[in-house]
Design a protein around this ligand. Structure first.
Ligand code: ADP
Ligand code: MG
Ligand code: MG
Length: 251
């Protein structure tokens, strides 16, 4: 299991946002990506998922050696790529429950059917692990959900869909301390050799609960430094100016 970004250059509306990203994520690994606002972290996650707003100018994204650039969002999802969005979208008319049910159904071999009873039990078990209110299942997807409910719901989707590679984009924003601990523990519980995790965050807090194997610093659309979790404490304390100074990056 390997997801590779190779010299990836990405633009949005004519502006280059990612300036040659190189990153390899294997099954079982947890990578944290940190960096100032506007540096391209969400763009990296979105382009991997196939968001149509972003354009690949050059480079490639390979899943187990095969380019996924020509695949739709749906196809990438079925191949096992998952994105918990920084700002989850509201989908009126589709209940939360039906959304996950149909996502799972489309993953099944032709002719096989989702066992609804088993699905309901699993859904209820995961929702209760995440301490989500019972009513959420039958409300329209993310509509009127609080910030924290949206974030928990993204993790609920991850736990139900069991992706091979998951990007969690600022899953910590909008969560209070208790919710953050809960979500962090639930994500950690999901860790296995069959899951490659990419955590995008500004803060050390999240990484206290989900321990990364690698920490990357992204500045101006490039990964400029990679290290271990010792980097996190330094960033928390000193920000990014020292990295810029070290590398001679000018704003
Ligand atoms: P981060 O997640 O690191 O805060 P983003 O990936 O969200 O950064 O954004 C990277 C850059 O891309 C920002 O400078 C942002 O203004 C720019 N950007 C995002 N969307 C658009 C858009 N639709 N048009 C032009 N620029 C955009
Ligand atoms: Mg941001
Ligand atoms: Mg972002």
């Amino acid at each position: 299991m390997l997801l590779e970004f190779i010299d990836l250059v990405v633009s949005v509306e004519g502006n280059t946002i990612l300036n040659g990203i190189n990153l390899k994520v294997s099954g079982g690994e947890t990578h944290a990506i940190m960096g100032p606002n506007g540096t391209g972290k969400s763009t990296l996650a979105s382009i991997c998922m196939g968001h149509p707003k972003y354009k690949v100018e050059s480079g490639d994204i390979l899943l187990d050696g095969q380019s996924i650039l020509d695949k739709s969002v749906d196809e990438r999802s079925r191949l096992g790529i998952f994105l918990a969005m920084q700002n989850p979208i509201e989908v009126p008319g589709v209940t939360n429950f039906d959304f996950i049910k149909s996502a799972l159904q489309t993953r099944m071999e032709k002719g096989n059917h989702l066992r609804v009873g088993k699905f309901i039990l699993e859904y209820e078990r995961v929702a209760s692990e995440l301490k989500m209110g019972k009513g959420l299942a039958h409300r329209f997807l993310n509509q009127g959900f609080s910030g924290g409910e949206k974030k928990r719901n993204e993790i609920l989707q991850m736990k139900m869909l069991k992706p091979k590679f998951a990007f969690l984009d600022e899953i910590d924003s909008g969560l209070d301390v208790d919710a953050l601990k809960l979500v962090g523990e639930q994500v950690t519980k999901q860790k296995s050799k069959d899951l490659g995790l990419v955590l995008i965050t500004h803060y050390q807090r999240l990484l206290d609960y989900i321990e990364p194997d690698f920490v990357h610093i992204m500045i101006q659309g490039q990964i400029v430094k990679t290290g271990s979790k010792e980097l996190i404490a330094k960033i928390d304390q000193d920000g990014y100016d020292w990295v810029k100074a070290e590398l001679g990056i000018v704003d």
